[in-house]
Write a protein that binds this ligand. Structure first.
Ligand SMILES: [Zn+2]
Length: 171
């Protein structure tokens, strides 16, 4: 395999594991020329999974698209590349485990939102606002209001504590 960094074809496999319910083999490779690591994927060719889009059209399932979407949502957020990779891999595995031929783009979006919600709320809101295509502002507010309430409550509690401390200081 040609190294994506130095373009030399001289590598060794350092780790290989299956995912997608055994349908995918992921190989971690180390370039023996520059020492950097990269990953390759091996899939069964006779199993093209297709994504059904909202307008009914079908496109081939593309891991990169999910990765790009998650990366974009996590831009300038404290989410490591490793976490992003893990999110995408877990989604990929779940999809391959549950769907043979077709999966809706809507379902993929829901899986992404579920994962992002656990990791970073800002990333989640960003992704949700693009993916759900909120019909109007009230839909969006409905979605984010519980989070905003929670944050405000935390902030108020913190201020109260600080206020108490200040009063004690004056006394
Ligand atoms: Zn290299």
């Amino acid at each position: 395999m040609k190294c994506p960094f130095c373009r030399v074809e001289n590598d060794r496999v350092v780790d290989s594991r299956t995912s997608g319910g055994g349908y995918i083999i992921r190989r971690r490779r180390e370039c023996l020329n520059c020492g950097r690591r990269f990953t390759t994927y091996e899939r069964i060719e006779t199993m093209p999974l297709r994504v059904v889009k909202k307008d009914g059209s079908r496109v081939e399932f593309d891991r990169e698209k999910i990765l790009n979407g998650v990366m974009k949502a996590c831009e300038k957020r404290p989410v490591s590349m490793q976490t992003i990779e893990e999110i995408v891999s877990s989604i990929e595995t779940e999809i391959y485990n549950n769907y043979d031929k077709e999966v809706s783009s809507k379902h993929i979006g829901q899986l992404v939102m579920k994962r992002l919600r656990e990791v970073d709320q800002v990333a989640y809101i960003r992704f949700a606002s693009v993916y759900r295509e909120f019909k109007d502002v009230s839909d969006f507010v409905e979605e984010v209001q519980p989070m905003l309430d929670r944050e405000r409550k935390e902030r108020e509690e913190k201020q109260q504590t600080e206020g108490n401390n200040a009063q004690q200081g004056e006394a």
